[in-house]
Write a protein that binds this ligand. Structure first.
Ligand code: ZN
Length: 406
């Protein structure tokens, strides 16, 4: 059991060498680095007794047959952001393979099949299209996705082709859902809660919904030396009020996070009063009503600020993704599995999105988080311990044993 955890750690190290940037981890969709990573993962799936195939978009899918016709999906993604860590994505794929390896080594078949999914793209580094791999399974990849171009002008369709896939058949990647028992994903926490509580793993209860807006204040640019303070219509000071209001508002509610991550000032000179300020607003909460109410309150605050400061304001909704509840059935099974592994079960909300968001359109989803050092992710400093990985493999194995057949 420790051997399996040790193997997962070594495999994470090996996948980290599959990169298009020397000296750091960058593994985009349909890249040569991805091909090398998939060659390893293909072999590891095969050795764990799985039949392996690559689908049209480029996901790797391994299937370990069971005694009955139904199937449980377990997976995560193999692609990365630029200058990534070793564990965001690959850990979930490798823990899934380890759990299957354990069954295979014991010559065991469960009443259902297990399909391990190694998604080809979740982060969207190359095409800015998040969840691409899981969207293919959900039948949500559209012609306009395939027409997207990367920084070198290569369309997604031709990238899929050179990777050995078939853009014309991506619709066939859709996974029918009538035989599915659910989808489970193991992932690093990307937050500090498990570390603070001294726990190796946690059970995800929901993935937070997310609203994004672009807000623009327009006032009047003017000379920084000659326009008196009471005559100014400064767009940036108005934006500054809202940035602080966003922070204050987020602090009033448990589980609420709100961020202004981008701010552009025009004309942007030291001796000119800002005439225009455009900024982003990102609001997340596990309860869609709370998220909607907070977003509306912040937009109302922006309108009030504009009136008081004699500015105009425009707010544009950029995106809105509802929260995804993990299925209580799977949350309960994971909770029982954690207890049977002599760990304290704790439930967490995921602030980050995951493939499970898309997979929830196909079937019930559940997620298990693994403690990561300092809560750091999307960073080469990502770190997990072999012992915690061992617990994750044990919990996933118990979960498989507890899963009732459909
Ligand atoms: Zn991830």
């Amino acid at each position: 059991m420790t051997d399996l955890a040790q193997a997962v750690m070594e495999r994470c190290d090996l996948l980290a060498t599959c990169s298009e940037d020397p000296g750091r981890i960058t593994r985009p969709f349909a890249s040569d680095a991805m091909r090398r990573a998939q060659n390893y993962v293909h072999e590891w799936m095969r050795r764990a007794g799985m039949q392996v195939r690559r689908d049209s978009i480029g996901n790797l899918r391994g299937r370990y047959e069971g005694a009955g016709p139904s199937a449980l999906l377990i997976g995560s993604h193999l692609d990365s952001v630029r200058d990534a860590g070793k564990y965001d994505g690959p850990l979930g794929v490798l823990v899934a393979i380890a759990a299957v390896q354990r069954l295979h080594d014991a010559n065991r078949r469960l009443p259902f099949a297990i399909e391990v999914l190694a998604f080809a793209d979740e982060e969207g580094l190359r095409y800015g299209s998040t969840y691409l791999g899981s969207r293919a399974l959900a039948g949500q990849v559209e012609a306009r996705d395939l027409a997207l171009t990367d920084a070198d002008g290569i369309t997604m369709a031709s990238a899929i082709e050179s990777f050995g896939g078939d853009p014309a058949r991506v619709a066939n990647d859709r996974r029918p859902s009538d035989d599915l028992l659910g989808y489970c994903e193991v992932h690093i926490e990307q937050g500090p809660i498990l570390e603070a509580r001294g726990l190796p793993v946690g059970i995800v209860s929901a993935i937070a919904g997310q609203s994004r807006f672009e807000i623009a204040f327009s006032g009047e640019a003017g000379h920084a030396g000659t326009v008196p303070m009471d005559r100014r219509r400064d767009a940036l000071t108005a934006a500054a009020e809202i940035v602080l209001a966003v922070e204050a508002m987020a602090a009033t509610q448990e589980g609420l996070v709100a961020t202004v991550g981008k701010l552009e000032v025009e004309p942007g000179a030291a001796n000119v009063i800002p005439g225009r300020a455009v900024f982003s607003l990102d609001v997340r909460h596990a309860d869609d009503n709370v998220r909607a109410r907070v977003a509306e309150a912040l937009l109302a605050r922006a309108r009030e600020t504009a009136r008081r400061r004699k500015l105009s304001v425009e707010a544009r909704a950029v995106s809105s993704n509802p929260a995804v509840r993990c299925a209580p059935r799977l949350v309960n099974l994971l909770t029982q599995a954690v207890k049977e592994c002599r760990q304290q079960p704790v439930q967490l909300t995921s602030g980050a999105g995951h493939d499970a968001v898309v997979m929830s359109s196909l079937t019930d989803v559940g997620m298990l988080f693994v403690r990561c050092k300092g809560g750091v992710s999307h960073n080469p400093a990502e770190s997990v311990t072999t012992a915690d990985v061992g617990v994750a493999i044990d919990v996933l194995s118990r979960f498989l044993d507890l899963m009732p057949q459909k």
